[in-house]
Write a protein that binds this ligand. Structure first.
Ligand SMILES: [Zn+2]
Length: 290
C-alpha cells in the first residue's frame, strides 16, 4: 500500500515539474516576444508596426543603414529607428561590419487610422490669414530645429510612463477634418484632463525648448531623451521647467491648459525621432527593459 502511494507521489511530482517547466517557458517566451534577434550583429526591440519605435543594438563599430539612410550608433552600440505613420511594410536594414556586411528585411504591420471630425474651432485657427501664416512658419522653424537637435545620451533608457492621467480623446494617426475641411493627420495623443492638472516628465530628459505663445500649440515644451528621441507637450496652461534643465522621470514639467488651437483643456503629447512622429501609446506598451 505504502509502495503504491509513494509511486503515485513520485509520478505526481514529475508531472508538476514538467508543468512548471512548460509554464516557465511559456511566460518567458511571451515576455520576450517583442525582442527580435536577427543575427549576432543585430538585435531589435519594440513595435514592428507603423507608428512604432525600435530600439537597436549592434557592435558600436558597425555602420547601420535604415532604408539607405545612415543611423547614428553610440559607443555602446545603441541606436533607434522610427517607423512612420505611413511607412512601407518592408524595410531594409543594412549592416556594414568590420568582418562582414548583412542585409535584413524588416517586416512592419499595417495600421488602420480613424477619421476624426472636430467642429467649432475659431475660423482663423483652421484657415489662417497671411500674417498668421508668417508667424506659423517662423514658429515651425524654431520647433523643427529643436526636434532635430542631436544629443548623444540615452536618457530614454529610464523607460516611459504616462505624463498625465486623463481620457484619451485623440489617437495617433487619426485623419482630421476640422470645421468640415480635411487637414493633416494628427500625430499626437490627446489626453483630456482638467485645466491645471499636473504633467510629469515620462522619462529622463533634457529640456530642449520652451515656447510661451505659439499659434497652434499655445504654450509648449519639448524634451530631448537622446539619440533623436524627443517628446512634445502642447496647449499648456503653465510651464514649470527651463530650457537646458536636466530632469528625471516623474518630475513636474507643466500644467494642462487649452492654449493655441484647442477646444478644451487637454494635453497634446507627441513623440518624435527627429521629424518622424511615432505613437506614444505603442511606446508605453512595447518598451524594452534596458
Ligand atoms: Zn492634439
Amino acid at each position: 500500500m505504502m509502495e503504491l502511494l509513494k509511486q503515485f507521489q513520485k509520478k505526481r511530482n514529475n508531472f508538476l515539474k514538467i508543468l512548471f517547466l512548460f509554464l516557465f517557458i511559456f511566460f518567458y517566451s511571451t515576455q520576450k516576444s517583442f525582442a527580435k534577434v536577427f543575427s549576432d550583429l543585430l538585435e531589435l526591440n519594440g513595435s514592428f508596426t507603423q507608428g512604432g519605435l525600435l530600439f537597436g543594438k549592434t557592435n558600436y563599430k558597425n555602420k547601420i543603414f535604415f532604408n539607405e539612410k545612415e543611423v547614428f550608433v553610440n559607443k555602446s552600440g545603441d541606436f533607434i529607428l522610427a517607423i512612420g505613420r505611413d511607412e512601407k511594410l518592408e524595410n531594409l536594414i543594412i549592416i556594414k561590419g568590420l568582418k562582414k556586411n548583412e542585409t535584413h528585411k524588416i517586416q512592419i504591420s499595417k495600421r488602420k487610422y480613424k477619421i476624426q471630425r472636430i467642429d467649432g474651432l475659431p475660423k482663423n485657427k483652421v484657415t489662417p490669414n497671411e500674417e498668421e501664416l508668417k508667424r506659423i512658419r517662423n514658429e515651425s522653424k524654431i520647433i523643427s530645429i529643436s526636434k532635430n537637435k542631436f544629443l548623444n545620451k540615452t536618457l530614454y533608457k529610464s523607460g516611459f510612463i504616462w505624463p498625465v492621467k486623463g481620457i484619451v480623446t485623440g489617437k495617433y494617426g487619426n485623419q482630421r477634418i476640422l470645421n468640415g475641411q480635411p487637414r493633416r493627420p494628427h500625430y499626437g495623443l490627446d489626453i483630456a484632463a482638467a485645466s491645471g492638472t499636473k504633467i510629469i516628465s515620462p522619462s529622463n530628459a533634457e529640456v530642449s525648448l520652451i515656447m510661451e505663445d505659439t499659434f497652434f500649440n499655445g504654450k509648449m515644451v519639448i524634451l530631448n531623451h537622446g539619440l533623436g528621441l524627443n517628446s512634445i507637450y502642447s496647449h499648456l496652461k503653465k510651464i514649470h521647467v527651463k530650457e537646458g534643465e536636466q530632469i528625471k522621470k516623474g518630475d513636474l514639467i507643466a500644467e494642462v491648459g487649452s492654449t493655441g488651437r484647442s477646444t478644451g483643456p487637454h494635453l497634446d503629447w507627441r513623440i518624435n525621432v527627429y521629424n518622424i512622429a511615432i505613437d506614444p501609446e505603442l511606446l508605453l506598451l512595447d518598451q524594452p527593459e534596458f
